[in-house]
Design a protein around this ligand. Structure first.
Ligand code: KG4
Ligand code: ZN
Length: 339
């Protein structure tokens, strides 16, 4: 086959991901997560994450190669997340990718984490339309990005000015004593609750507010205050209703702003990625609103939405296909790498 065969390494946060793709075809997606180790701290501890990446790196590469059933010598390149992310965690992946690529005599491609969250959708739905509007929502980022060319031109339109969407899910879950990470649990409880039970605020949706920026810290505080008042009054907290109403507020703002960006920029394709894209209400609401607006929605399956190596490989393969420049051997890990 002449489609590029690429191995991708992702270590920007707490998942050690190694994926292998051939063009738009997923061949392997091996992920080792240290999330359970972080759970008792209520969030990701950077030093623990770096250490866990170091231990998981070589076995995870081996697992991906076994899954794909390919010989490493057949690879057309090794791609790695160069940033943004946790500095120490990124460094482990970048060092491993350099060593591996150099030893094999293969080209190295440093890629942007946000761009690969978008590009992964090629493994689900084929070639990305150009331009694509992307809503990226995870524990570390919440951004609206316009992507005329995923390998070379991704423009940030707006992002959160305080908490990321996933961070808000995690913090609200913490107040409700539901554990970490909070998103999946709140998603589950919300299914039994009434999304209109409590009117929580929609941040930055006023006529004079930045149209594509997000703010979730006020919402998080409003939810915490509401729960506190209930507890102080000796009343039981209706977990399902709080979850559903909070989730409704987040997804309402996310979809409203994403659709507005599509309309303003004249883009008729929206992709949603990042861990929060696994949220069932976000998916349903986006489907409904995109259908009404004549916009084609692309959301990868949940396993491809959370951090993984396949997304890095997908972007690497696109770079090979388009003859994009190779990274130098002194490629730095950049914790605040811009798109
Ligand atoms: O993309 P990801 O795996 O890692 C980061 O780069 O942050 O995203 C993890 C985030 C966490 O905040 C988690 O609570 C959230 O995604 N998340 C969800 C759901 N599943 C994961 N949030 C809402 N609903 C979900 N079903
Ligand atoms: Zn991510």
């Amino acid at each position: 086959a002449d489609e590029p065969l690429v191995l991708g390494i992702e270590t920007s946060c707490d998942e050690t991901g190694v994926g292998i793709v051939r063009g738009h075809t997923l061949l392997a997606d091996a992920v080792a997560s240290s999330v359970d180790t972080h759970a008792r701290f209520g969030g990701v501890v950077p030093e623990i994450a770096s250490r866990a990446h170091l231990e998981a790196m070589v076995p995870t590469i081996q697992r991906a190669l076994d899954q794909a059933g390919i010989a490493a010598s057949d690879l057309d390149g090794v791609a790695v997340t160069a940033g943004p992310g946790l500095a120490g965690a990124l460094l482990v992946g970048v060092s491993a990718a350099k060593a591996y690529a150099y030893a094999l005599g293969k080209p190295l491609y440093g890629v942007n984490h946000l761009a690969s969250h978008i590009c992964v959708d090629q493994l689900e739905h084929g070639a990305l339309p150009e331009p694509t509007m992307a809503l990226l929502v995870s524990g570390g980022h919440s951004s609206l990005l316009l992507a005329p060319d995923i390998t070379a031109d991704v423009r940030p339109l707006g992002s959160t000015i305080d908490d990321a969407a996933g961070e808000a899910f995690d913090k609200v879950a913490r107040v409700l004593n539901l554990g970490f990470p909070g998103g999946p649990v709140i998603d589950k409880y919300a299914k039994e609750g009434d999304p209109d039970a409590i009117a929580f605020p929609r941040g930055l949706t006023g006529p004079r507010d930045a149209p594509y920026d997000f703010s979730f810290s006020g919402l998080k505080t409003a939810v915490a205050r509401w729960i506190e008042a209930r507890r102080n009054a000796g009343e039981e907290v209706p977990v399902a209703d709080v979850s559903a109403s909070f989730q409704e507020a987040v997804t309402d703002v996310l979809t409203r702003k994403a659709l507005r960006a599509c309309r303003d920029e004249g883009v008729d394709h929206l992709m949603i990625g990042g861990g929060v894209a696994a949220n069932s209400r976000l998916r349903a609401m986006a489907e409904e609103r995109c259908a009404a607006a004549g916009i084609t929605l692309r959301v990868p399956r949940p396993k491809l939405c959370t951090d993984n190596g396949a997304m890095v490989a997908a972007l690497g393969a696109e770079m090979v296909a388009r003859n994009r420049p190779v990274s130098a051997w002194d490629l730095p890990a950049d914790s605040s790498l811009p798109v």
